[in-house]
Design a protein around this ligand. Structure first.
Ligand code: FA5
Length: 338
């Protein structure tokens, strides 16, 4: 084989070597002790001085070149294998993976729904943008009634308001952000006949100053049970059973008389857990006759109880949260604790 042929086939073999072992075989084949090029170099001594000079320098140059190429390729194999086996430092502390957290209000909402479903209540929804009729009039709170002051209201301008049709299609009345979930009582009763038992979890809005236990946007869960023989005793059982399921058997209750135009008698319920203070969590009572009149039920034939709980307040008690505003300020350090 002449030097040109050796060069060609050796370079070819180096290029085609796809593993370190392949490359080592090429190295042995051409540059090893019994290698092709080594053989040429050994045979130089048998040549004339002139040929020795001519072929010798070429053969040495080729040897150098092949060594370089083999070294280069060998280094690239080494780098690759380093990358594969040591590409990441197994001793380095891992990166913490942040998983999502449910907001405490979402958690309590899910729990409240589950408990009421287990007591055979259905979950019902209603609009956050309401009109005056459902939020007030039908609930026995006519215009100019002083009880309207109990709910500081965000009124919406009706002119050019995309929701105007909602008011126009039903009762002609002003639009507002619902101040409680009670309007859904009316909406539901208009379309269904008793007996039934429902809850209505949802967002409500009040035009009022905030403090530790008051927000201008918060959540309520309305409850309504209507039938021919529903009494305040049923209400007491349902509420106590619900609170025991949510807070455990140690929860204490305080039922106080309260005034709401849409119930008669009306009451307010405070609860307290061991070590905590009393916190008002709901308004309630027996549905007022005028409300049944408004939905064309016969008040002499049906009776019912209704309640409206502050969902935020329940979450505050359950998770021992001192300030309602923490739910809404978007501080992730707070959310990540749940
Ligand atoms: C009402 O909203 C009545 N609709 C409840 C009701 C329903 C009574 C059915 C009778 C029959 P009240 O304004 O008291 O009532 O609110 C009910 C509950 O919502 C309160 O007990 C309290 O837990 C919670 N709440 C009231 N205002 C706020 C506020 N600004 N921030 C957070 N929670 C509030």
């Amino acid at each position: 084989m002449d030097l040109e042929q050796i060069k060609k086939s050796a370079i070819n073999a180096i290029n085609n070597a796809s593993t370190a072992q392949d490359l080592e075989s090429v190295n042995v084949k051409y540059l090893g002790r019994k290698g092709v090029l080594t053989g040429v170099l050994h045979s130089l001594k048998d040549l004339s001085i002139e040929d020795r000079r001519k072929i010798g320098s070429k053969a040495n140059a080729l040897k150098q070149k092949l060594e370089e190429l083999i070294n280069k390729k060998s280094n690239s194999f080494r780098e690759l294998s380093n990358k594969i086996s040591f590409g990441f430092d197994v001793t380095k502390p891992g990166l913490k993976i942040f998983s999502g957290h449910l907001h405490p209000l979402s958690k309590i909402d899910a729990e409240v729904r589950k408990i009421f479903l287990s007591m055979n209540f259905s979950v019902v929804d209603g609009p956050e943008i309401e009109n005056e009729y459902y939020n007030f009039d039908a609930l026995n709170i006519p215009a100019n009634h002083p009880a309207r002051d109990m709910w500081d209201t965000f009124w919406l301008k009706s002119k050019n308001n995309p929701f105007r049709q909602l008011a126009d299609s039903g009762q002609k009345s002003k639009l507002l952000l619902r101040t409680h979930t009670s309007p859904v009582q009316i909406r539901y009763m208009e379309k269904h006949n008793p007996p039934f038992q429902i809850i209505v979890p949802g967002r409500v809005f009040r035009y009022e100053a905030t403090d530790m236990s008051h927000e201008f946007n918060f959540y309520q869960v309305e409850g309504l049970m209507v039938g021919s023989d529903v009494s305040l005793a049923n209400f007491k059982f349902v509420v106590e059973e619900f609170c025991r399921k949510l807070f455990g058997s140690k929860v204490q209750f305080r039922f106080r008389p309260g005034y709401f135009p849409f119930v008669e008698p009306g009451l307010e319920v405070d609860i307290k857990l061991e070590g905590g203070g009393w916190l008002e969590v709901m308004g309630a009572g027996m549905v007022q006759r005028n409300v049944f009149d408004a939905v064309r039920y016969n008040p002499d034939e049906v009776q019912g109880f209704a309640f409206g709980m502050g969902l935020d307040r329940l979450a505050m008690i359950k998770y021992k949260i001192p300030d309602i505003r923490l739910f809404y300020n978007g501080d992730l350090r707070f959310i990540r604790q749940f």
